[in-house]
Structure formats: structure tokens, C-alpha cells
Design a protein around this ligand. Sequence first.
Ligand SMILES: [Zn+2]
Length: 82
Amino acid sequence: MARLLYIIVLFVVSLLVLKYVRRKIDERTNKLNQAKLNQSKQTGAKDMLKCEHCALHIPKNEAIRQGDRVFCSLEHARKHLE
Ligand SMILES: [Zn+2]
């Protein structure tokens, strides 16, 4: 009888531990997802620049600059200056 009780207690405890671990994992993945979302928001619309030639929006780090003008490619920068 004591053995059966022991098994039941063990079962309940392991269920609680499993629940706790699962919740911790969920919290962690939620935080990671939130961080990724914030990062993509920051590198998203905020850092997009418009090409003066074709009006295409390009990431800031890929933009070609000619003075204070912004272009999507060297070709468009050249065409615009001709
Ligand atoms: Zn362009």
C-alpha cells in the first residue's frame, strides 16, 4: 500500500516538474520571439531609404549615396547624374 502511495506521489511530483519546465521554456521562447520582433522592426521600415531614380526602397546599408542623394544601385546613381 505504501508502495502504491509512493508511486502516486512520484507521478504527481514529476507532472508538476514537467509543467514548471514547460512554462519556463515557453517564457524563454516568448522573450526570444519578442526580441526578434523588436529587432526586425528596428531594421525594417526605419532603416529603409528611397532611391531617387526609381523610388525603390532599399535597406540603409545597401544604399548608394551621392552627397545627400540616395540610390538603389550605381547604375541609377549614374543615370540620375547624366
Ligand atoms: Zn533605383
